[in-house]
Design a binder for this molecule. Structure first.
Ligand SMILES: CC1=C(CCC(=O)O)c2cc3nc(cc4[nH]c(cc5[nH]c(cc1n2)c(C)c5CCC(=O)O)c(CCC(=O)O)c4C)C(CCC(=O)O)=C3C
Ligand SMILES: [Fe+2]
Length: 383
């Protein structure tokens, strides 16, 4: 056991968003998501309707269960003994309950995989705030083992080949769904969650060259993944110079606050007006085909495209692709080696290089006042 390749880590925690699993869950789920976040009531009522259209069930929890199975299968196949747990920010199984169980099971050093590939407040620091709040609650409860829990978060994986290559295959499959006559002329619209522009500009670590430029590390990292996918698609199809762009979806918040633009709907209208024969939507911002994908793209954006008479298709997200599960294993082994003081190879495609392991103080700051965040340099409460 002492020479385990995952040493000093004893468990892996899959940390995700969570979603409702029936109509009665929808309103309490949305209350969890938006507590203290200043989302207009009309927007909440509208988003509730998206969930009710799907019977009140978000696909995200089922997808995380499949991902859990894929991670466990990959580790088992490699002979790696590392238990994998799952907890959410906004719905059961709640993070705090999973951490209580992890501690009771005797685990001390735990790696965390957040289902968010890019640097930004919602996808990084907010998860670290959730970890800090859960740890604090468990320590106050006196939960067995909680005082010794030490959590480390895996680095951002947007440029890992195990994330990029499945997206390339899925983009090729989505191109193949288009009528043959428009396939070679189809544009690629890479989509991600819009966020407030002010949060985008400060995303990433303080020393990141992209930080402080418009869109910050959030946009720079997405542009990199989009470029990597577009280049691989060009190579596979033999179609050079296919136009692509990064566009946004799922805008929330007050209309007076600037968020990243253009929205996918406006983009589809603009490229249609400019004569584009077809568009493939590639949701690189998400890890699974959850509600933002099946409603905002497959329902809303597809209706808009149909009204325009513009052929569109949508690439699947990475989901539980075995290459993604293998990438997670790679990140686990890499981080474990680093924690043992070794200098492992840190796999990353493209020009930006591997992300930092430990978020520095003031990485991906919140717009509002700062809350304690675990698994970063600003978490001083580590045993
Ligand atoms: C960057 C980002 C990701 C991607 C990275 C990651 O995956 O972490 C993401 C993922 C997700 N967002 C999700 C759902 C929601 N997001 C909301 C609201 C917001 N998201 C934001 C950002 C992000 N969100 C922001 C800045 C807000 C405004 C409020 C706030 O500042 O917090 C709201 C409230 C209603 C609304 O306003 O839309 C809901 C219901 C689901 C679950 C889907 C399902 O159920 O299948 C998932 C995976
Ligand atoms: Fe961060």
């Amino acid at each position: 056991m002492s020479d385990a390749p995952t040493r000093p880590y004893e468990a892996l925690l899959l940390l995700s968003f969570g979603g409702p699993e029936g109509p009665e869950d929808v309103v309490p789920f949305l209350e969890n998501v938006t507590r203290g976040r200043g989302i207009p009531r009309e927007r909440l009522a509208e988003v509730g309707q998206h969930y009710f259209r799907f019977g009140g069930v978000s696909p995200i929890n089922a997808q995380n269960r499949v991902l859990l199975d894929a991670l466990r299968k990959d580790l088992a196949e490699q002979g790696i003994d590392l238990p994998v747990y799952w907890g959410n920010r906004n719905w059961a199984p709640y993070l705090v309950d999973t951490l209580r169980e992890l501690a009771a099971d005797g685990h001390r050093r735990v790696l965390v995989l957040a289902t968010s590939a890019y640097a930004n407040y919602s996808g990084c620091r907010q998860y670290r705030e959730n970890l800090a709040a859960a740890l604090t609650q468990l320590r106050e409860e006196g939960a067995p083992g909680a005082a010794g829990l030490r959590l480390d978060k895996l680095r951002h994986f947007y440029n890992h080949p195990g994330f990029v290559r499945p997206m390339v295959d899925h983009t090729l499959a989505a191109l193949a769904e288009l009528p043959e006559g428009v396939r070679d002329g189809a544009r690629l619209a890479f989509t991600t969650h819009s966020i407030p522009s002010a949060l985008a500009d400060t995303s990433g670590a303080p020393g990141d060259p992209a930080r402080g430029r418009p869109g910050g590390a959030y946009v720079a990292q997405h542009l990199e993944t989009a470029r990597l996918v577009a280049e691989a698609v060009a190579e596979a199809t033999g179609v050079a110079g296919r136009p692509w762009e990064l566009v946004y979806q799922s805008r929330s918040g007050s209309p007076q606050t600037p968020w990243l633009e253009p929205d996918i709907g406006d983009h589809l209208a603009a490229v249609h007006a400019a004569g584009a024969p077809a568009v493939v939507m590639v949701p690189i911002g998400f890890v699974s085909d959850h509600m933002e994908v099946v409603y905002d793209l497959d329902t809303q954006a597809k209706e808009q495209a149909e009204a325009l008479g513009l052929p569109v298709s949508r690439a699947r997200t990475v989901g539980a692709d075995p290459r993604f599960a293998a990438a997670v294993r790679d990140l686990v082994l890499e981080r474990a080696a680093s924690a043992r003081g070794e200098r492992p190879e840190r796999c990353a495609l493209g020009a930006l290089g591997p992300s930092h392991d430990l978020c520095p103080t003031d990485c991906c700051p919140a717009a509002r006042s700062a809350l304690p965040a675990a698994a970063g340099e600003d978490w001083k409460d580590q045993p």
